[in-house]
Design a protein around this ligand. Structure first.
Ligand code: FES
Length: 125
């Protein structure tokens, strides 16, 4: 019980025997990486992604089948996905998607970039 501090006064008296450190509060998130859950033929597969990657880039990096006939340029619609959860965690619709008539729960996998966790179901896998 010799080094137990019971008050600030007590801390002052005993401070010669130990150091007092101030530890700032740090916001820590063990997983700040966005996660995409792909729904493929009724099965779910979750993978980590880098912020600002497109859905298509994440799919390709993780061997998830996703059509991309125009090479990710927003002209073919083959990468169209239905967003099942987390639509607010994607970039807003861009001009390419608007020009292609994408709307509702749809996004182009090659145009939508990640800000947080989403669940997507590619229309054609
Ligand atoms: S790959 Fe063609 S529109 Fe996305």
């Amino acid at each position: 019980m010799a080094n137990v501090v019971t008050s600030m006064q007590d801390a002052g008296r005993k401070s010669r025997n130990f150091a007092v450190y101030w530890i700032p509060h740090i916001e820590y998130s063990p997983s700040s990486m966005p996660k995409i859950t792909f729904i493929l033929n009724g099965r779910e597969k979750s993978v980590d992604a880098e912020p600002d990657q497109t859905i298509l880039e994440v799919a390709q990096a993780n061997d998830i089948p996703m059509e991309n006939a125009c090479g990710g340029n927003g002209f073919c619609m083959t990468c169209k996905c239905h967003i099942r959860k987390g639509a607010e965690n994607l970039s807003p619709l861009n001009e390419r998607e608007e020009a292609m008539g994408v709307g509702g729960d749809e996004r182009l996998g090659c145009q939508a970039t990640l800000k947080g966790d989403v669940t997507v179901e590619p229309e054609a896998a």
